[in-house]
Design a protein around this ligand. Structure first.
Ligand SMILES: Cc1cc2nc3c(=O)[nH]c(=O)nc-3n(C[C@H](O)[C@H](O)[C@H](O)COP(=O)(O)OP(=O)(O)OC[C@H]3O[C@@H](n4cnc5c(N)ncnc54)[C@H](O)[C@@H]3O)c2cc1C
Length: 440
């Protein structure tokens, strides 16, 4: 039997892979199948962003006199509807996993102790084990962090009314996405980022993100000393002074859920240490997904789950962290896949950003298209596609980058028009620039 701890994207995909290969598989899940992605991560951000984009668009059209009113979100109704869809998806995932042949034990905490595995107090006999217990929001040790009115993505359903003022602590993608949502919903949002906001992001994309967050106050290099309030949060103190607020949202990163995994080697933040086949320091115990640390992305967690399963099945397979696309969901999908930028050539243009294509009509807003390439060979080293469909473009371009495509390969590319086709056209143009340079 193979025991899998955690039914998020990593554990669930691993379990289906193994059961499909006729292995007896037991999945232990102490929360909801689908994990953080479905219950408090990607799905809630998508659901709330859908509404935010609608309001954003209506507001722009209203300001231009094209439509006569701007919808106002009913936040409790949105949370309720979101919860209903999450329930529906949970049932679908449960049925899909069981019909693949996986036994699921709900409501018990899985635990490792050396080579032994437990579901609650019951020891399970296993030939191999996969730890896929995921991660949770990091709660920094700031005085006042336990006050009512302080939320994380996990506790967000407890926010019964929209606050007038909100402070978001963190400078990451999640901070940016929630800032966009809440500011578009009408909250007065301030981001307090300990270092540079979106510090690991391409400079063009960061500039675009900051433009799309024009209604948000972003304070960089601003640590938080304490959160204050009598019985409920009412202020946040920084070295520069005090800010009044009705709510605090913590977007200070994620930490691996590895406390129940005894015996396997762990790193500085508690992440389980694995090799590129997802093998831990203990024979026949594998780990995958957020519990092994960043990049904390669902497609990566799923892929790691498959890699772990295949290795258990005796199919040697390794994890490759090159060419991983990602996205920041604001007014547009600010999607990108960048392997290398130092010493590379690059071209950037305002990208098509209307719902179909062209620039947004009638506001004239633009997204961004960018290609980064090796100056001698033209091999693609990165792309940014910020506009409708950006995520799709980045996913496929990342795949072509994995296959070592160069900008010259795009000479033969014919796109659909209208579409969000900035990146492909730019790659063609980069090819012509490189070829012109080589002319005598
Ligand atoms: C706000 C937010 C937004 C995000 N947005 C995106 C996005 O847009 N795109 C993207 O790719 N990624 C996004 N992510 C990251 C994504 O959610 C995670 O990378 C992904 O869920 C990791 O999958 P996992 O299976 O490793 O872990 P998890 O999804 O965390 O699942 C782990 C599962 O294990 C269970 N579990 C934990 N401990 C035990 C135990 N001891 N015994 C039994 N069960 C246990 C948990 O209940 C959970 O169901 C976001 C995350 C957050 C917080």
């Amino acid at each position: 039997m193979i025991v899998i701890l955690g039914g998020g994207p990593a554990g669930r995909l691993a379990s289906i892979r193994l059961a499909s290969a006729k292995k007896q598989v037991t999945l232990v899940e102490n929360g909801g199948i689908g994990g953080q992605c479905l219950h408090s991560g990607c799905m809630p951000v998508c659901a709330m962003n859908d509404v935010a984009r609608l309001i954003h668009s209506a507001r722009e059209l209203h300001d231009l006199g094209v439509v006569d009113s701007v919808p106002v979100p009913d936040f409790p109704v949105l949370l309720k509807k979101m919860g209903e869809i999450q329930q529906k998806i949970t049932s679908v995932l449960d049925a899909e996993t069981r019909s693949a042949g996986v036994d699921i034990i709900y409501g018990k905490t899985g635990r490792l102790s050396g080579k032994s595995v437990f579901a609650g107090d019951e020891e399970l006999k296993a030939d191999a084990i996969i730890a896929a217990t995921g991660s949770r929001p990091f709660v920094p040790a700031i005085p006042g962090v336990d006050l009512p009115g302080v939320f994380t993505s996990k506790t967000l359903p407890g926010m019964k009314v929209l606050p007038e003022k909100m402070v978001i602590i963190g400078g990451s993608v999640v901070a940016a996405e929630f800032a966009y949502i809440f500011s578009t919903f009408g909250c007065n949002v301030t981001i307090l980022s300990r270092s540079t906001f979106l510090k690991d992001t391409d400079k063009h994309l960061r500039a675009l993100a900051t433009r799309e967050l024009a209604g948000v106050t972003i304070r960089e290099n601003t640590p938080v000393n304490s959160i204050g309030g009598e019985g409920r949060v009412s202020s946040v103190r920084t070295p520069g002074g005090q800010l009044d607020t009705d709510a605090v949202f913590l977007a200070a990163g994620l930490v691996p859920n590895s406390e129940s995994l005894d015996g396997v080697k762990k790193g500085p933040i508690g992440e389980v240490v694995v090799d590129n086949r997802m093998r831990t320091s203990v024979e026949n115990i594998y780990a995958c997904g957020d519990v092994i640390g960043p990049p904390y992305l669902t497609p990566v967690a799923r892929h790691q789950g498959i890699v772990a399963a295949d290795n258990i099945l005796g199919i040697p397979r390794t994890m490759d962290y090159q060419n991983i696309p990602r996205s920041i969901s604001l007014t547009h999908e600010l999607a990108y896949c960048i392997n290398k930028s130092d010493g590379m050539g690059s071209l950037a243009i305002p990208g098509p950003a209307g719902p179909g294509s062209f620039w947004s009509v009638p506001t004239g807003e633009t997204g961004l298209a960018k290609v980064i390439f090796e100056p001698e060979t033209g091999e693609l080293a990165g792309i940014c596609a910020a506009g409708p469909g950006g995520g799709l473009i980045a996913g496929y371009m990342a795949f072509l980058m994995k296959k070592h495509f160069s900008v010259h390969d795009f000479e033969e590319f014919i796109e659909v028009h209208p579409s969000t086709d900035g990146v492909y056209g730019l790659a063609k143009y980069a090819s012509s620039v490189l070829k012109k340079r080589d002319l005598p």
